[in-house]
Design a protein around this ligand. Structure first.
Ligand code: GDG
Length: 487
């Protein structure tokens, strides 16, 4: 069986036995610890003197190969082009997009350099799976270095509509680079459609949808893309979680100290809960205002409900992230000042990270999971919240229609995150929903989450990657197909 090589910008901190905040790390780590293989990427260190040295560590079935970045590379590749240009553009925030062509050069340079670091570690039959927007030119760089292995790419964030992508000056170079992969994976059908639309209308390419479904289920076979002189395939692979593992974690944390403390603070009040990296794409300000609107329009809810927002810091050295932090601190202070009573602060806003088992147990305690990003590739928190519920007495998920998860979780109350009144109404509905309806919605969503867990996501992608003709073409790829990588 081929060895799986995962390449992502950040490799999960090994010492902590797994990832903390960040959906890519959570999904990828869950997928890799079952199959074994190698995880290659940036260590998270920014070096003042070089050259950076690669470090290789074995942990059980997973080999971690990590390398530091020099300050200039970090500034141009990570802070600059990845997070000040691509992240806002791909989240439909062209207004926040900053562009510097030197940053783009740095982005391409770092991709080429990282690819060169990986080449000596590769074996001929390795299958390489590259993750996310930091590494769009990675396959092109590997090909230039003579690598013939199969290379797939999964985009964890949305793929924007063409008119938004056109705002990124090197949009053509980016899409051409994507076409060096053998298989492209997107979170949802709308993301795939947006990519295909660019191929047809901006790149003069063709898209051929496969007529037959792949399995007895409804998953369509990948489409065949022809553009920039290459033929590749592309499909939607919605990322999942391990719902039963999360349920166990949540249940075993129920009697732990954090949950006991939270319950003691709540008394008999209900709890609305959100967890997000502190990012402007997550719709936190609108969410706070909708909670305020609930208290304003429904006086009976005052002192009867608390809202817990956990928002660990990320990318705190970028201006847009400092702005959102200030804005949120202002909003939570203002709303608490307006409605708090001596024994009750409506919003508990925590700008810190918690351990995964604590989060799971808190999700189980919360009557409402409040997940309202303005745009999100998938949003694992939505799936984790549902997974963590007590089947006998489940909470209700209020979910933005612009989270990829909304394509699957139709047992949620679906909201538009800019409609403040609509969100406040959804919160009121969630808080008063009868048990039978909560149970029915929960059961529907759990069926979906179990059917499409992280293993299924990984195996579907790998199966399709193994059956692409790739640079090598070849018979043995077809033999490996269908075996899956698990176990
Ligand atoms: C990207 C895409 C896509 C959060 N705070 C803490 C913590 N977390 C964990 C959550 C969840 C993960 O981090 C966040 O995942 P999301 O999916 O919600 O969002 P992004 O980080 O933006 O992830 C996203 C994802 O990749 C996967 O493809 O769904 O659309 O943007 O697992 O629980 N974990 C711990 N402490 C925290 O305080 N331990």
């Amino acid at each position: 069986m081929s060895r799986l090589i995962i390449v992502s910008n950040r490799v999960a901190p090994i010492s902590e036995g797994g990832p903390a905040a960040g959906g890519l790390a959570v999904g990828v780590y869950d997928a890799l610890k079952e199959t074994g293989g190698m995880w290659f990427g940036w260590s998270g260190e920014v070096l003042t003197s070089g050259p950076p040295q690669i470090s290789v560590e074995e942990r059980g079935p997973v080999t971690f190969a990590t390398i530091g970045l020099m300050r200039r590379d970090y500034d141009q590749y990570y802070r600059g082009f990845s997070n000040a240009t691509l992240w806002p553009a791909f989240h439909y925030r062209a207004d926040l997009l900053q562009y510097d062509r030197h940053d783009f050069e740095g982005y391409c340079r770092v991709n080429a350099w990282l690819a060169q670091q990986l080449v000596p570690l590769l074996r001929a039959d390795d299958v390489i799976w590259v993750h996310d927007y930091h590494l769009i030119p990675f396959a092109q760089a590997l090909r230039a270095a003579g690598v013939k292995n199969r290379i797939g790419f999964f985009l964890h964030i949305p793929f924007p509509a063409s008119q938004v992508l056109l705002a990124v000056p090197p949009h053509r170079e980016l899409v051409e680079a994507l076409c060096s992969f053998d298989l492209l994976g997107f979170q949802t059908a709308p993301d795939l459609r947006a990519f295909c639309d660019y191929i047809v209308n901006e790149a003069n390419g063709t898209v051929e949808a496969s007529p037959q479904a792949l399995t007895a289920g409804t998953r369509p076979a990948p489409s065949t893309i022809k553009a920039f002189g290459r033929t590749l395939r592309a499909a939607a692979y919605p990322i999942g979680v391990y719902p039963d593992e999360i349920a166990e974690l949540a249940k075993s944390g129920e009697r732990g100290k954090p949950v006991r403390t939270m319950k003691a603070t709540l008394h008999a009040r209900k709890l609305i809960m959100s967890v997000d990296r502190l990012d402007y794409s997550k719709g936190l300000v609108e969410r706070f205002r909708a909670f305020e609107r609930l208290l304003e329009h429904t006086p009976s809810q005052r002192n009867k409900v608390s809202f817990l927002q956990i928002a660990p810091p990320t990318r705190a050295d970028l201006n847009a992230y400092q702005d959102i932090r200030l804005q949120l601190e202002g909003e939570s202070g203002r709303i608490n000042g307006r409605f708090a009573e001596l024994d009750w602060a409506p919003i508990l806003y925590i700008h810190r990270q918690y351990e995964r088992p604590v989060l799971a147990a808190l999700f189980r305690t919360a009557h409402v999971g409040y997940v309202t990003p303005l745009r999100d590739g998938m949003n694992l928190v939505a799936k984790e919240y549902v997974s963590a519920q007590d089947p006998e007495n489940p909470g209700v998920l209020v979910l933005s229609r612009f989270a990829g998860a909304a394509q699957e979780l139709d047992g949620a109350l679906i909201v538009n995150p800019v409609d403040i009144d609509g969100m406040a109404e959804a919160l009121a509905t969630a808080l008063s929903m009868p048990l039978a309806e909560r149970q029915a919605r929960y059961r529907d969503m759990m069926v979906q989450l179990r059917e499409n867990n992280v293993s299924v996501w990984r195996d579907n992608f790998m199966r399709d990657l193994q059956t692409t003709s790739g640079e090598t073409g070849g018979e043995d790829a077809a033999v490996a197909a269908g075996e899956g990588l698990a176990g």
